[in-house]
Design a protein around this ligand. Structure first.
Ligand code: SME
Length: 159
């Protein structure tokens, strides 16, 4: 049995625990789908105040929904569309404190108020994004972005 339980409520400590748990769960497993599925579960477990956590993968000309936890979500997102498609097109993390103020935001869950999207790369091309949604406005900060970017670097060769 895997024992992955947050041992703290401190957000900085939770981010450290998340990265350690992610590494332990994925380092010896080559199956991309299994790793993304476990990562979605870990993100929900270790990061407070999320209503959606998961992956969109670049498949042909679209981002296509991958493993996630949360409500059912839109399946395909075009290049440059929404927060996810913007992260893909720019190849940059998108930290959105107020999704209602982001022109073109795609509302999959009406409860979402803030969002963090981080791209994953292989040979300089975006291969996927990690998407986090929160019902709390301004939920994410630069420390969350740095944590997710570390997670992205870890997972690029494992998904
Ligand atoms: N809000 C995202 C769409 C995906 S859902 O949040 C799961 C966007 O604007 O790209």
């Amino acid at each position: 049995m895997f024992e992955h339980h947050p041992a703290t409520t401190d957000r900085a400590a939770l981010r450290v625990e998340l990265l350690a748990a992610a590494n332990a769960l994925t380092r010896d497993e080559p199956d991309a789908m299994a790793n993304m599925a476990n990562m979605a579960a870990l993100l929900m477990l270790y990061l407070p105040d999320l209503n959606w956590a998961g992956f969109y993968r670049v498949v042909g000309g679209d981002l296509v929904l991958g493993p996630f936890q949360g409500r059912p979500a839109c399946v395909r997102i075009g290049y440059g569309k929404g927060v996810c498609g913007t992260a893909w097109a720019r190849g940059q993390t998108q930290l959105v404190p107020d999704v209602h103020a982001f022109t073109g935001h795609i509302a999959c869950d009406a409860a979402s108020r803030s969002e963090l999207v981080v791209p994953l790369f292989r040979e300089d091309a975006v291969i996927a994004v990690i998407d986090l949604d929160s019902p709390v406005p301004d939920r994410f900060d630069s420390d969350d972005a740095a944590c997710l970017e570390s997670l992205a670097r870890m997972l690029e060769s494992r998904i």
